[in-house]
Design a protein around this ligand. Structure first.
Ligand SMILES: Nc1nc2c(ncn2[C@@H]2O[C@H](COP(=O)(O)OP(=O)(O)OP(=O)(O)O)[C@@H](O)[C@H]2O)c(=O)[nH]1
Ligand SMILES: [Mg+2]
Ligand SMILES: [Zn+2]
Length: 357
């Protein structure tokens, strides 16, 4: 493996300014590139090595959010002639992508951390869905990550249909960059490559089967990762990718591929929603009441805009739905975090007690 600067792995100013305060001479800095239960892969300037957590870090974690995820910067100590690392501490995260995992319970899941740009991938044919795009954009913006929309498999539709799709995206009020690519014909790939910057971290998000891994293989120039054909009958993917992994391209950009997601639940994403629906926020400045909920109030500019056809009813409904979901999950999430922390403290006190005896 080529010798790299930590900066090329994304250790930019934001991290460097925090380094002095946190750093201990016996520790080195490395980046987590893969997680498999309690085993990790970390990467430094020279190579990628297997790593484990210290018992202290494992037991002091109040919830899974306090454990390393792909993209994290960590403090490590090397052993066995630098072939094995022990992770002592987590670096603060500049950005973190979190979702509510599928299911009724409010269980959050870390997708990746310290990502700069999220490529939200939808295939041009049956997967294209603006409401789902809104959801991904909210999650990305909430995390402080720039979303870019990637329409994949453009070989499956005509040029005219593609233009229509792009118009739909614009017409729905999105102000994000949209790229169209085909892994088959390689069209649009150069444009995508042009967007990439050395030292920045990109992640691929989207449903199973839209071609995320195929795209990554294309960018790598080799079949590094496994892909799977979609089901014939409904065009749905078959969850080819099981694990997240951070890889570095020849041009210095880093990529985190993700397993296709069935559900991307929101947790407390109010600022992400505000940013993604800036058109509605702008309209609401004209509402009569400052705390207008834009549902039944008189002199509500948002409702007026819908009546006058200036705001699409679908977009408005989507806004209300995401807002409600985010608030609801935020409440139960705060509760759960509190309980997790209490349990964490309980475990710690038991361990202390044990040591004393
Ligand atoms: N027609 C066409 N098919 C493609 C294109 N890109 C990928 N595919 C096919 O789509 C299928 C799924 O591709 P994957 O790369 O495994 O999809 P994925 O998004 O990584 O799926 P998960 O890992 O399950 O989330 C494979 O059979 C690919 O060959 C494309 O640009 N055009
Ligand atoms: Mg995949
Ligand atoms: Zn209003």
């Amino acid at each position: 493996m080529e010798l790299m600067d930590l900066r090329d792995l994304g250790f930019n100013r934001w991290f460097r300014t925090r380094l002095e305060r946190l750093h201990r001479p016996e520790h080195s800095v490395a980046r987590v590139t893969a997680v498999d239960r309690d085993r990790y892969l970390v990467r430094n300037e020279r190579n990628e090595v297997l790593a484990e957590l210290t018992g202290k870090l494992m037991f002091s974690a109040a919830s899974s959010q306090d454990l390393p995820c792909v993209g994290d910067w960590v403090f490590v100590q090397y052993h066995n002639a630098d072939t094995f690392a022990v992770i002592h501490e987590l670096f603060p995260r500049r950005t973190v992508l979190i979702r509510k995992a599928a299911g009724k319970r409010v269980q959050h899941q870390l997708i990746a951390s310290n990502v700069d740009v999220a490529f939200v991938v939808q295939s041009c044919d049956s997967d294209f869905n603006l409401r789902r795009l809104e959801r991904y954009v909210v999650v990305a913006k909430e995390a402080g990550i720039e979303p870019v929309f990637v329409l994949s498999k453009r070989d499956l539709i005509s040029g005219r249909e593609l233009e229509q799709r792009k118009k739909q995206v614009e017409g729905a009020g999105f102000t994000i960059r949209t790229l169209a690519v085909s892994n088959l014909t390689r069209s649009g790939l150069d444009e995508l490559l042009n967007v990439l910057e050395r030292g920045k971290t990109y992640c691929l998000l989207g449903s199973s089967g839209v071609g995320k891994t195929t795209l990554l293989n294309q960018l790598l120039g080799r079949e590094a990762f496994k892909t799977k054909a979609v089901r014939k009958k409904d065009g749905k993917g078959r969850h080819a990718t099981a694990r997240r992994q951070l890889v570095v391209l020849d041009n210095g950009a880093m990529f985190i591929d993700n397993p296709g997601m069935r559900e991307l639940g929101l947790i407390g994403a109010s600022s992400g929603i505000e940013e993604s629906f800036s058109d509605i926020v702008e309209l609401s400045k004209g509402c009569r009441f400052r705390d207008c909920t834009h549902t039944s109030e008189v002199n509500c500019s948002v409702l007026t805009a819908i009546e006058q056809g200036e705001l699409s009813e679908e977009r408005y409904r989507s806004y209300l739905k995401l807002r409600k979901e985010s608030e609801y999950h935020q409440m139960s999430y705060v509760e759960k975090r509190k309980k997790d922390r209490e349990f964490g403290r309980f475990v710690k006190s038991v361990m202390k007690h044990k040591k004393k005896r």
